[in-house]
Design a protein around this ligand. Structure first.
Ligand SMILES: [Zn+2]
Length: 268
């Protein structure tokens, strides 16, 4: 076998919902969180076909992905243009800073960009979601869990309006946001997110997938901690403090798509 070829032994396809007789089935090859024009370019380049699905031809969610703040103080067109350009420039600078491992610089760039975006762009805007995703991931890596959680929450709220409710990427994002809240000591929201992610992954990954199993264990652990928290908040925080101070802070892995390792919880 050539070194660059691979053999596909088994492939599992999972339906995200009920399929009606005669309904056309489609598979997502690229992340849906992109403008339809971008997705079609990507599909052409990587898979050599023109996508004719309803989403791509009609640009179904493009308006959401480009949405700006609505209401009385609707921003002027030139202001929106300026912020979008600023966001694109920032994303380029972030790429460079990340490649150099300057994670504090990445955080600084993201904070600056979010301050410009927040009064202008809607919560489903793709430029804001991209920054929120990067900043929450990098802040988690830097163990600044509270700020990471706050940004992850905004990201998930946006994703929930865009993705199909049983989308795998959505499930993975909610899982990461849940773990971040857990690490920040925000056990109520954290446990809720972990439960939600578990429900999605049961469908997208199936009950025997290792990530689903990890999630199930985390669901049990956070449920126990939540019960402790509800019974006695003071004791919960004292125990958490003790657990955190007894154990030297572990250095977390570089930001990646993996689940971050637990900082003070031991898996059962
Ligand atoms: Zn398509």
């Amino acid at each position: 076998m050539e070194p660059n070829t691979f053999q596909l032994l088994r492939i599992e396809l999972r339906a995200l919902g009920k399929i009606n007789k005669g309904e056309e089935l489609s598979v997502s090859y690229v992340d849906f969180l992109n403008l339809s024009e971008e997705r079609r370019k990507q599909l052409k380049k990587q898979y050599y076909f023109d996508c004719t699905c309803e989403h791509c031809t009609k640009g179904t969610k493009d308006d959401l992905l480009l949405a700006i703040k609505d209401g009385d103080d609707k921003p002027a067109e030139n202001v929106v243009k300026e912020v979008v350009q600023f966001s694109k420039n920032t994303l380029e600078k972030i790429d460079k800073a990340r490649a150099e491992g300057s994670y504090h610089e990445v955080v600084k760039l993201c904070r600056e960009c979010l301050k410009r975006q927040e009064p202008v762009l809607a919560d489903t805007n793709i430029y804001m979601l991209q920054i929120l995703s990067i900043v929450s991931e990098v802040l988690s890596y830097l163990q600044m869990f509270e700020e990471a959680a706050e940004n992850a929450k905004k990201m998930v709220d946006g994703y929930l309006k865009i993705y199909h409710p049983n989308n795998a990427q959505l499930g993975m994002s909610i899982m990461r946001a849940g773990v971040t809240h857990w690490h920040a000591g925000l056990i109520e929201v954290g446990h809720g997110m972990i439960c939600k992610a578990f429900a999605i992954l049961l469908i997208t990954h199936g009950p025997t997938h290792p990530i689903t199993k990890d999630l199930e264990a985390m669901r049990g652990q956070t449920e126990m901690e939540l019960r402790m928290f509800q019974e006695n908040e003071f004791v919960y925080y004292k125990m958490r403090e003790a657990a955190l101070s007894n154990k030297p802070f572990q250095v977390m892995e570089e930001p990646s798509n993996e689940i971050p390792s637990n900082i003070f919880h031991k898996k059962p």
